[in-house]
Design a protein around this ligand. Structure first.
Ligand code: HEC
Length: 296
């Protein structure tokens, strides 16, 4: 055991011919030492056996190398944060803020959902041919008079009653034998008249009907006379006659199918079986159930 070597890290036997200058390893060691001195760590200084360092607590300088590693280890351990067990409890203010946000969100959805009705937001569904109808417009219910007023109520009734079979785009459903209303000759084309349409709605239609060159007949059109009032039938008919590609009432003030037309058709015919196509065709296109205007 030698106590004469004050610098245990130093390897004097190594040839340093490939290192330029007065020993590369020396300068590295010198840097290290000066760093330690700057840090002024008594353990480190004493471990190297520095002269002038108190080594009363370190009498054995022979085990300097071992101690150095230990001292380094101690230094690093000292720098680590104390590890904690488990999670920190969530602060009360975070719980309060999130609770408040949840309550506000619930209130907001409740207050602005409009009963989750699709027609409130989905206003692009009905693009009326030519006629502009404000999606938020209201109409005198139950006494709509103009085409625009009838269409506001008619759009609503269409959604509730007819949409299931005749669909949003008015094209019906060929696979289920529901005929189209869009560009149908019976709605606004060559077979369409207020008297015929009022009867289809009031009493229903069965057996078969030809629409746009295709024969439909597997299903029946259910009568609406019991479920819908005269003004509602007038409204939904005005709606389908002026939606999608249909344009039947160019005069906004005079609907082809008015409440009066439906009312007289109902009074003239009373209760009856669903209509059939042949019967409808027998009604002249210019026929009206309305009493003729009084002569002057
Ligand atoms: C249960 C399904 C169903 C519902 C609901 C329904 N229809 Fe129909 N509709 C039919 C069927 C089926 C026919 C064809 C009947 C036949 O073959 O004789 C038809 C035929 C028609 C026709 C004549 C043919 C044509 O395509 O132009 C009109 C007009 C019509 N419906 C309008 C309406 C309106 C307006 C409503 C809503 C008030 C409505 N329908 C609700 C099934 C339905």
């Amino acid at each position: 055991m030698s106590t004469s070597n004050p610098e245990p890290h130093r390897t004097k036997d190594l040839p340093d011919s490939d290192v330029p200058g007065p020993g590369g390893s020396d300068s590295v060691l010198g840097l290290h030492r000066s760093h330690m001195e700057v840090m002024n760590d008594p353990v480190m200084l004493s471990a190297r056996g520095e002269p002038g360092t108190p080594d009363a607590d370190e009498p054995d300088t022979t085990s300097g190398g071992q101690d150095t590693v230990q001292a380094m280890h101690d230094i690093f351990m000292r720098e680590q944060a104390e590890p904690r067990d488990g999670f920190e409890p969530v602060p009360m203010w975070v719980i309060a803020v999130f609770g408040g946000l949840l309550m506000w969100g619930g209130y907001y959805i409740g207050a602005n959902s409009a009963d989750f009705r699709r027609d409130v937001y989905d206003t692009g569904e009905f693009r009326y041919a030519g006629l502009r109808v404000d999606p938020g417009a209201t109409a005198p219910d139950p006494e709509p008079k103009t085409v625009a007023e009838l269409m506001v109520i008619g759009a609503d009734r269409y959604q509730r009653v007819c949409l299931a079979c005749h669909k949003t785009d008015g094209e019906g459903d060929a696979s289920k034998d529901y005929p189209p209303l869009n560009r149908s000759e019976w709605v606004s084309g060559t077979e369409a008249s207020p008297a015929r349409l009022a009867r289809i709605l009031l009493y229903g239609l069965h057996q078969s009907v030809t629409v746009r060159g295709r024969v439909y007949g597997r299903e029946a059109m259910p009568a609406q006379g019991g479920a819908m009032k005269d003004y509602e039938i007038a409204a939904v008919l005005t709606h389908v006659r002026n939606s999608w590609g249909n344009k039947a009432d160019p005069d906004d003030a005079n609907p082809g199918v008015s409440t009066a037309v439906v009312k007289s058709a109902r009074e003239k015919v009373g209760k009856r079986e669903p209509m059939v196509e042949a019967e409808l065709k027998k009604i002249p296109l210019d026929y009206s159930d309305l009493p003729p205007p009084p002569k002057k």
